[in-house]
Design a protein around this ligand. Structure first.
Ligand SMILES: NC(=O)c1ccc[n+]([C@@H]2O[C@H](COP(=O)([O-])OP(=O)(O)OC[C@H]3O[C@@H](n4cnc5c(N)ncnc54)[C@H](OP(=O)(O)O)[C@@H]3O)[C@@H](O)[C@H]2O)c1
Length: 236
């Protein structure tokens, strides 16, 4: 039975990762900003009382990152999979997306949640990841973070934050390879969630299942890759 830590489990892809890992029989350490109001996550807790643990974590808050680490450490002695899933488009879409309306506070917030927090959480949980036989860190990135594929304007903060996350993933893979920890940047596809919006062509069940399979089958030789959910390498 694997132990999987997930950020942003309240809704969208994070909730679906939580559900599917539980269905597979794994132990899930699900985290979200407001556990009390995460209704669907709490319903999963009723269904899987022994294998689901819910923790409070706003990834942008240092005191909460410290607290969850202490709490998790009291419950498990290792973590096999860390999914850095929590992400935002922008605190205020208009204010760090459109040229002429770039606000540094808003831009910084997107970077903190999408790029810096995944690194800080990976760093924090290293002692537990190192104790797994075959640990994996999956950073949920976006094709928007591909500089090579960027041929439209706008979305400054989101696209730049995911490009930064891609670089962080690559550097982490170099630092963690000799510890046997596989580090991946995975683009899920355009999926119907609050972030993906109603025009997205994909429902979340199948893409999340494909990402779980991808995380399962990748090995240390894949570490540092920027992949789509089918395992195809994407251009940086
Ligand atoms: N959907 C797509 O088409 C798509 C495409 C490419 C990449 N992605 C990436 O996939 C990941 C999940 O996206 P999604 O579509 O599931 O988005 P979503 O439906 O908007 O859900 C975002 C999740 O992130 C959480 N979150 C936001 N800020 C947080 C913070 N400071 N601390 C902790 N949790 C926080 C939210 O929690 P609250 O409920 O507390 O707000 C929510 O659980 C993101 O990294 C996103 O960039 C999505």
């Amino acid at each position: 039975m694997k132990k999987v830590l997930i950020t942003g489990s309240s809704r969208g892809l994070g909730l679906e990762f939580t559900k599917q890992y539980l269905e597979k029989g794994e132990t899930v350490l699900a985290s979200c900003r407001n556990p009390d109001s995460a209704k669907e996550l709490q319903e999963l807790k009723n269904k899987y009382p022994d294998t689901l643990q819910i923790f409070k974590l706003n990834v942008a808050k240092e005191e909460e990152r410290n607290k969850i680490f202490k709490e998790v450490k009291m419950n498990v002695d290792s973590i096999d999979i860390l999914i850095n899933n929590a992400g935002i488009v922008s605190g205020n879409e208009e204010k760090s997306s459109v040229l002429g309306e770039i606000y540094k506070e808003d831009f910084s917030k997107v970077f903190l949640v999408n790029s810096i927090a995944p690194l800080l959480i990976s760093e924090k949980f290293l002692p537990l990841l190192e104790r797994s036989e075959n640990a994996k860190i999956a950073n949920i990135t976006s094709q928007n973070g591909s500089i090579a594929k960027r041929n439209v304007g706008g979305k400054y903060s989101y696209a730049a934050s995911k490009a930064a996350l891609n670089m962080i993933t690559k550097i982490l893979s170099n630092d963690l390879r000799e510890k046997g920890i596989t580090t991946l940047a995975i683009h899920p596809g355009w999926i119907y969630t609050d972030m993906g919006g109603p025009n997205a062509p994909l429902q979340k069940e199948e893409p999340v299942s494909e990402m779980i399979n991808l995380i399962e089958k990748t090995t240390i030789s894949d570490s540092g890759k920027f992949l789509d959910r089918e395992g195809n390498e994407l251009p940086w």
